[in-house]
Design a protein around this ligand. Sequence first.
Ligand code: PEP
Length: 243
Amino acid sequence: MRPLIAGNWKMHGTLREAASLAEGVRAGAGGLPADLLVCPPVLHIPAVAAALGGGAVALGAQDCHAAAKGAHTGDISAAMLRDAGATHVILGHSERRADHGESDAVVRAKVAAALGAGLVPVVCVGETEAQRLAGEADSVVRAQLAESLPDGFGGIIAYEPVWAIGTGRTPTEADIAAIHATIRESLVARFGAAGQGMRILYGGSMKPGNARAILALPNVDGGLVGGASLVAADFLAIAAAAA
Ligand code: PEP
């Protein structure tokens, strides 16, 4: 399956910087061995859409509300994202689970809303360091998948160990391969052949220097990249490493 390298820009940058980063990604996107997706702050989506010019780089958001519309001050619906030019949305990122108390049930409702609006959800799962040290990584991820994905799910999974995000630390290659195999097995058990075709991204301190080894692992179908996605050359180097 063709890999996907997705950039999560989180809460960084000005409007001008977002447009310039998007232009940099677009300029280098030709001929890479991976599909590309960038997920800017929601306010920057129209400017990034214009900068990407409808080309090969896909555009996503970092969250959406579960409701289609209504009295939800400060929130954004999946349909609004679609209307603004997004095709994807990251859901259940550990920073949202931690900062906003998002439970698996909330994530599941958001995933259903995204699918209903025609967006491709990128659903994040991953254990904390305490859970890994307690030998619970597998069971935590299995439970998150079971509870965060609605029936009929179609989309992308991102395995992001919480302790690897923004820390410069990554699991061993064997640990990444093992948990990606667990995720694949869960997806196939629940969704059959469709689960075999779902991309499973690795996220957590992926950089140009470690991307090639991680992306070569079985069941690693791309990466969700935070910090390194804020520099176009680094993001593109990660995508080039997917060869
Ligand atoms: C992320 O938060 O999705 C992420 C992977 O961040 P970083 O690459 O900075 O660890």
